[in-house]
Design a protein around this ligand. Structure first.
Ligand code: NAP
Length: 332
């Protein structure tokens, strides 16, 4: 097992924050994970899983043993697509097209690795992984045993799962298994997609290409400018709370959900507070999309956190809504 020490994580998080891991190991087998667990136990280290670093804010150096999953493979097994946690999610979407399995086209170009997808229940344009996940396999980082989670076990919510709550930090996901369909039933209820396909139903490839185009147009590319995608969740509230928001701003774009709750775009709240483009040190609210915090170069974690605090307090004062951070804050 190749354990590296004092490793820079600057290239291992898409926000590009220059923090270090005291120890880091890459793993691609259950045996290697067990070796890492033993090493951490022998050396009194905490364990921390870091995938593509596309949904984390590294608030400080990490004193733990960081494990990077490299489990590979995208295979059809019976009627499921079984995917190694170390595969790049977008490659999975492209592979599903090649294999003639459908259901994840709307999730094209979401950054990150496949293993991270269930943790925050990635979603876009009316589809989320909760709708297609059959089960996942994960190693319990305390016992070293492999456990299987059905979709129900994952306790999925809006950009949420059990891996952000009771199971937080306790498992390393090795594989996910998706139940996709041979028939292509496009999900086109979001306005961007309706506009794109007003003249007729797309093929799966056309849908993927269009989602890629829309995302490239709207969101800064993390490979070019550091960011972690949406920095805040879109707030969901009760109908009474929504009335109060409307009282404060009659233009609020409220959207009724099937369960009676009401959703409002966080990007709209931030923009309405005049914070689009606002910066603190090297961190700024993207001019392209108000929900994205970018690293303009040399941003420190404290720049990012100060900007986050400013956004949260301004939105709270103006609308009475406390925005929740979507990425995980590590080492804070
Ligand atoms: P958008 O399409 O302009 O939508 C803005 C807001 O309106 C979001 O709250 C979205 O909800 C909601 N919305 C739009 N059409 C809807 C419909 N037909 N039914 C219900 N709700 C609707 O947002 P955007 O920022 O450009 O993002 C596009 C999509 O990518 C969104 O689905 C967004 O959630 C997703 N996205 C996901 C991630 C992530 O998983 N980390 C990151 C970036 C963007 P929803 O947010 O519930 O869709």
């Amino acid at each position: 097992m190749d354990i590296q020490r004092q490793v820079s994580l600057a290239e291992r998080n898409t926000l590009g924050l220059d923090q270090k891991a005291a120890y880091l190991v890459e793993v691609n087998s259950v045996g290697q994970v067990n070796d890492a667990i033993e090493y951490a136990r022998d050396h009194g280290l905490a364990l921390q899983v870091l995938g593509a670093g596309s949904n984390v804010v590294l608030c400080s150096d990490l004193s733990s043993l960081v494990i990077h999953p490299r489990f590979r493979g995208i295979e059809r097994a019976d009627d499921l697509l079984r995917i190694g946690a170390g595969e790049v999610w977008h490659d999975v979407v492209l592979a599903s097209l090649e294999l003639g399995c459908h259901g994840i086209e709307n999730l094209a170009l979401i950054p990150g690795l496949a293993g991270a997808a269930p943790i925050q229940n990635i979603g876009a344009y009316g589809q989320e992984i909760a709708n297609v996940l059959d089960h996942l396999e994960a190693i319990n980082l305390v016992t070293g045993t492999v456990e299987r989670f059905t979709a129900r076990d994952c306790e999925f919510g809006y950009r949420d799962s059990v891996f952000k709550h009771a199971a937080r930090g306790r498992f390393l996901i090795t594989h996910i298994a998706l139940q996709l369909t041979e028939a292509f039933n496009p999900i086109l209820n979001y306005v961007d997609l309706q506009e794109a396909f007003a003249r007729g139903t797309p093929t799966a490839r056309e849908l993927v290409d269009t989602v890629i185009r829309i995302r490239q147009r709207k969101l800064p590319d993390p490979a070019a400018i550091g960011n972690v995608g949406s920095f805040f969740k879109n707030p969901v509230m009760t109908a009474d709370e929504a009335l109060q928001v409307q009282g404060r701003d009659a233009d609020a774009p409220l959207r009724n959900m099937p369960d009676g709750q009401v959703k409002i775009p966080a990007a709209w709240l931030i923009e309405r507070c005049g914070l689009k483009g606002h910066s603190h040190g090297g961190a700024a609210v993207s001019d392209q999309h108000a929900l994205v915090i970018i690293n303009r170069g040399r941003a420190s974690a404290s720049d990012v956190l100060a900007l986050k605090d400013k956004i949260q307090s301004t939105v709270l004062d103006r609308f009475g809504i406390r925005l929740q951070v979507e990425p995980e804050l590590l080492g804070g």
